[in-house]
Ligand binder design. Structure first.
Ligand code: PMP
Length: 363
């Protein structure tokens, strides 16, 4: 039964109109080569795992630190900031949701690239924010000059993912700076979920730009998608706003295990460096193999590649791969419906992908 028709009279009117985000599938199939949701193929830092075990054995009967002080200090130390410039949440999705609520319910539309992380548009729907879609250029790059608006025209803010998703293409830092200068009265949110795989971070611009909010996640480069930790960095006045929203919603978004594991993961710089370099190296090898097979591969600075094949339909390739237990992501969306997004796995997962692709392309 369609739930919208089942019991709409119990619902707040806004609920029927929501268009919720649909996450990539998490199938419970043991031998699946899972390259569809951009997780890290390597386990988290052993130091994170032992911190989580220790936290599980002590104090779970007590609420966690509502302010995640130790974790915020560790993040601040890593990025050369003060802990008052760091906000943490239950995955960067929650951080983004609070940021949309805190900063973008303003007069005028929120400027968002037409092809980007599709959750942005879901938050706009949830909070009644009007968005104005700014098309990527013909090469699927963000052209920052198209975010300029005539003086006096209201804009609620700007959101970009850098590197962008699902294209994987990075935005050079000078262009991020240009965005900040184009809209000095509004928050420019830079979602750097994938930046550790080769992008340029805007963290170093925070002291100069009171309108910059940089959002990170521990789900990708720190291998902790299952723990749900994300954070935002910006000047203290932006972090204060996020805290006001968070403390009007949930005082304890990060449990004790998440705070302990995330802190240890942030502090284990050596493990982070080696896994992220391995993923980058594997990506470079996979790109060459895919190009050899006739794929066009967009230049990726992320832990995934976005590819298309002139001779084969993307949905058909995805279905053919799935039949061989390899899962990739296909978006049935305008402009990108002939592309596939493939997460970077271990070398042996990538080999399985390439072998399966050979079969699909030959059939
Ligand atoms: N931003 C982007 C661009 C993403 O692709 C994702 C992952 N789907 C997120 C944010 C959210 O990541 P998480 O909630 O796991 O921190």
């Amino acid at each position: 039964m369609n739930p919208v028709n089942a019991s709409p009279s119990f619902w707040s009117p806004v609920v029927a109109g929501l268009v919720p985000y649909v996450p990539g599938e998490q199938p419970a199939i043991s031998n699946l080569v899972k390259l569809n949701t951009n997780e890290n193929p390597y386990p988290p830092s052993p130091r994170a795992l032992s911190a989580i075990r220790a936290a599980a054995e002590q104090g779970l009967q007590l609420y966690p630190d509502p302010e995640s002080t130790t974790l915020r200090r560790a993040i601040a130390a890593r990025h050369g900031l003060d802990a008052t410039q760091v906000f943490v949440g239950n995955g960067s999705d929650e951080v983004l949701a609070h940021a949309f609520f805190a900063f973008f319910q303003q007069r005028g539309p929120l400027l968002v690239p037409d092809i980007t992380y599709s959750f942005y548009q879901v938050y706009c729907g949830l909070y009644g924010i009007t968005q104005e879609v700014v098309p990527l250029d013909a090469t699927l790059r963000v052209d920052v000059e198209t975010f300029a608006r005539p003086k006096g025209q209201d804009v609620a803010g700007v959101v970009v993912a850098n590197p962008n998703a699902p294209t994987g293409i990075g935005i050079p830092l000078v262009q991020i700076e240009r965005l900040l200068q184009l809209h000095p009265q509004r928050v420019v949110l830079v979602d750097e979920a994938y930046v550790d795989f080769g992008g340029e971070t805007a963290m170093g611009l925070i002291s100069q730009y009171p309108n910059l909010l940089v959002v990170h996640t521990l789900s990708k480069s720190r291998s902790l998608a299952g723990l749900r930790v994300g954070f935002a960095c910006g000047q203290a006045h932006l972090i204060d706003a996020l805290n006001r929203v968070k403390n009007s919603f949930n005082s304890y978004p990060l449990d004790r295990l998440a705070q302990a594991g995330a802190t240890a993961a942030i502090e284990d710089g050596g493990y982070f460096e080696s896994t992220r370099q391995t993923v980058i190296h594997t990506r470079e090898g996979l790109v060459l193999q895919l190009e050899d097979m006739g794929f066009e591969v967009l230049p990726s600075q992320a832990n995934f590649v976005f590819v298309r094949h002139a001779g084969h339909d993307a949905a058909g390739i995805a279905a053919g791969l799935r039949a061989q237990s390899v899962q990739v992501r296909h978006f049935r969306l305008p402009r990108i419906d002939q592309f596939l997004r493939i997460s970077i796995g271990t070398p042996s997962q990538c080999e399985a992908l390439v072998n399966a692709l050979r079969g699909v392309l030959a059939s």
